[in-house]
Design a protein around this ligand. Sequence first.
Ligand SMILES: NC(=O)c1ccc[n+]([C@@H]2O[C@H](COP(=O)([O-])OP(=O)(O)OC[C@H]3O[C@@H](n4cnc5c(N)ncnc54)[C@H](O)[C@@H]3O)[C@@H](O)[C@H]2O)c1
Length: 286
Amino acid sequence: MEIKTVAVLGAGTMGHGIAQVCAQAGYRVYMRDIEQRFIDNGMKGIEKSLSKFVEKGKITEEEKQAILGRITPTLDLEEACKEADVVIEAIIENPEVKKKVFQEIDSIAPPHAILASNTSSISITLLAASTKRPEKVIGLHFFNPPPIMRLIEIIKGEQTSEETFKIAEEFSRSLGKVTVSINEAPGFAVNRILMPALMEAVYALQEGLGTKEDIDTAIKLGLNWPMGPFELMDFIGLDVCLYVANVLYEEFQDSKYRAPYLLKKKVMAGHLGRKTGKGWYDYTKK
Ligand SMILES: NC(=O)c1ccc[n+]([C@@H]2O[C@H](COP(=O)([O-])OP(=O)(O)OC[C@H]3O[C@@H](n4cnc5c(N)ncnc54)[C@H](O)[C@@H]3O)[C@@H](O)[C@H]2O)c1
C-alpha cells in the first residue's frame, strides 16, 4: 500500500511533533484539533522545532518552508481524514473520548486506511472494537519529543492483522524511527518499566530521602539518564504519568504501580509540568 497522506488528530505535545515528523518524511499531513488556539500552539511548536534544525544546519530554510507547506492544520475531522492512508490519533488520554473518535474516523477514512493510536496506556483492542475494521487498528507509540526520540513501539491488538503490522512497521521506518514489536499489555514495554521508577522517586521525596534536585542529580549522574525523574515527569505531563500509573495499578493490582498522593495533589492543583508552566519545577520564571 502506498502511503501519501497522514491525518494526525490532536495538536498537543505529541500530535504536533508527530505531524512534523510525518511532514519531514515527505508525507502530506492534516493536523486536526478541536479549538483554533490548540492548532495555533501546535503550529508554533513545529515552526520553533524546525527553526532549531535550521540553526543547527540539519535542514535548510527552504526545506523548512516545504515541510510547513505539507501540513494543513484544520478543525474539520472530515477534511483531515477523508483522504488519509494512515490516521494517527494523539488526543487526550481518555478511553471514552478516544473510542468515540475511532468510531467517527472509521466512518470517514477510506476503507484501506490504517487507524493508529499513540495512546500510552489504553487498550488498542478496546479502541479497535469501536470500529468496523479492527484488523486495521494498531498502536504507534511515539516518544516525547517525536522529532528527536527514535523509538516507536508498535502495539498489536487482539485483532490487528499481520498485514497492518507490516505496513505500520514500514511506515514507521520511513519516518526514520527504530521500531519494536509489542503484544498489547498495559503500559506496553517502556511505561511498564518506567512508571514504577517515577512513582518510587515521588515516594522517596515524600519520605524525605532528599530534595527533588538531589534525586534528579543522583539519577542523571548515577544512571546516565538525560533527565532526572522529576524533570522527566514535568516533560511528559504529570496528568499523563498519573493516568498511566493508575491504569497499571488497576490492571496488575500491584502496589509498585500505585501513584503517591503527592503526585495526585500536583495534578489536582493543575500543576501538570512544562505544558502548564509549573509541575515539580517552576518554568514561568525562565
Ligand atoms: N506526553 C507524552 O510524553 C506522551 C508520550 C507518548 C504518548 N502520549 C500519548 O499521546 C496522546 C496525547 O498526549 P499529549 O501529551 O500530546 O496530550 P496534550 O494534552 O498535550 O494534547 C492533547 C490534544 O488533543 C486535543 N483533543 C482533545 N480531544 C480531541 C478530539 N476529539 N480531536 C482532536 N483533538 C482533540 C486537545 O485539545 C489537545 O490539544 C495521549 O494518548 C498520551 O497518552 C503522550
